[in-house]
Design a protein around this ligand. Sequence first.
Ligand code: FAD
Length: 690
Amino acid sequence: AELDTLDIIVLAAILVGTVAYLTKGKYWAVTKDPYATSFAGANGAKAGKTRNIVEKMEEEGKNCIILYGSQTGTAEDYASRLAKEGKSRFGLETMVADLEDYDYDNLDAVPSDKVVMFVLATYGEGEPTDNAVDFYEFITSEGPSFSLDNDPALGNLNFVAFGLGNNTYEHYNSMVRNVNKALEKLGAHRIGDAGEGDDGAGTMEEDFLAWKDPMWTALAEKMGLEEREAVYDPIFSIVDREDLDRDAPEVYLGEPNKMHRDGTPKGPFNAHNPYIAPISKSHELFNVKDRNCLHMEIDISGSNLSYQTGDHVAVWPTNAGEEVDRFLDIFDLTTKRNHVISVKALEPTAKVPFPTPTTFDAVVRYHMEICSPVSRQFIASLAAFAPDEQSKAEMTKLGSDKDYFHSKVNVHCLNITRILATVSKGKKWTNVPFSLLIESVTKLQPRYYSISSSSLEQPKMISITAVVESQSLPGREDPFKGVSTNYLLALKEKQNGDPNPTPFGLSYEITGPRNRFDGIHVPVHVRHSNFKLPSDPTKPVIMVGPGTGVAPFRGFVRERRKMAENGKDVGKTILFFGCRKSAEDFLYEKEWEEAKQVLGDKFEIVLAFSREGSKKVYVQNRLKERAKEVNELLQQKAYFYVCGDAANMAREVNSVLGQILCEERGIPEAKAEDIVKQMRAANQYQEDVW
Ligand code: FAD
């Protein structure tokens, strides 16, 4: 067979990999794979792997380990990027690791010529991410016990820290702040500042970029590192499997793991193993001028999944066919899209983020976040592979000039394909190693939805309420389309009779790999949340949920209605709902009337329509108008809930509540704010915001 560029790159990669392996793993590693356990063997990870961090670093010849606490994949992604940069710029022997995979009682035994980096996301109300819970509890406990008798305990430890947070939350970046404090208290030495990225201000990426450069300078000085010209070393080898046909049973066509590939999916279903759930019903709650809102009922009765009112369901989306085509096209992979490839990590600490053997098409369609915002760092790294000098110069400029990048890319919501096509004026990017794409394009993430049904009423049927993402943007011919919600819209259209739905011109491989999603199925798992009704049903509740923020409150109201039907006494249940117009996007209007018939005076819905009448009225205005009643209910220990838009609404509701307490109780503002804080700490004030 003729060798094309990709084959040569692959061969070169294998050769480099082999040499590196023989010369004792001079590779940095990436650990992106949440499914690792399901096919770890295929990627060379050893059985019975050690949880001893020091031993692991020695074994692999590493002097820099980057530990991440990640929920949605961003922290994990940043960890990989630090690993890559440390290796390529400074020749550090880096590895990335999931906090969950190691023990921490011998952090004191990490030698002082090594460095430990922490990339820590704060989740929800200042909580650690699921994979960081044990570490967080250990390190912030009173006098954690370590393996040695050092004084101070972590006197030898050099560390670096970056946090990912959202300033609209009360406990902004509390993970990195608290971990940093705990490590310093134990005598560890931080190198550079403890960085903080702010998703709330939308500056996460730029905060990260601005933090890392001075950190590298400080680290280079501390460890005596010399900067060299960055060289790209692939982490993965991509091997053409001419021996395998696309339809061979061992080939993964987009399935998340072996059980799914073999058609024998079994629980437990979770973030590593979705349940392919039938959608039992779906319809549009409203549909006006390109704004659609979906209601879907997802049947979990065939699984061991369970949920409680207030939990979240995660939907695993599929990329739109048109976006997959564009992506394959710009990298000149169209003719090879169904070729079978095996992807192997070139060193033992790296893991392939999807199961293989697979095809280019399946990887791009089911495993890569090909439409999401692109980092400047990725753009800069692609400059070296540009098809011509002009494109190379443009990529270098985009990669290094923040404002230029913003004006050319961010404001138009361009994804990687669109950026490259614009820069090269359509010329294909034939030289980009596929390994670089696997390393740099984030793993396709499940999207979370606040469950809008009540588990008391329908324990095995989960409903979601989702607005379809579609934004017309200046300077863009076609509107920006959200990945998951347009996929859901297509599923809804198929269910309602269209055999080949193309909502807004987008089409999907809607029957899934090997047609396993046929008959209208969607892969899901459930995430339990703390957003819960009071256990005592007689307690009053105040709910503020405009737009799709009403989702969990539909569940709450249905729950209380069901309780009342069962003869239980329920407390006052008051919902503040807002939307544009009563005749346009008023969600579940009939259901509120039905609830009223059962609950009587116990239920009230207060409405705010922002585009009716001469003045815009929002939920927070209505809340203020009801100050007296709100205060009285709070004095009766009412629970207060807010759901929906984190950036504006939730923040304003928080401050309005402070004003209400201040005015109604005649107390100073600071005191009122303190009460709101205490309410949050006592779970009497709960938020479900995004
Ligand atoms: P995506 O493709 O993920 O795009 C989302 C946004 O990302 C875009 O609007 C844009 O701002 C940005 N973006 C994406 N690509 C680019 C790009 N290339 N350049 C620049 N910007 C870009 N939603 C509901 O409708 N109902 C709910 O009940 C609900 N509950 C939620 C509960 C939780 C806990 C969370 C975290 C979120 C919830 N959401 C809910 C939001 C939901 O998870 C999704 O984010 C939403 O549906 C959009 O998903 P999408 O894949 O369609 O859009």
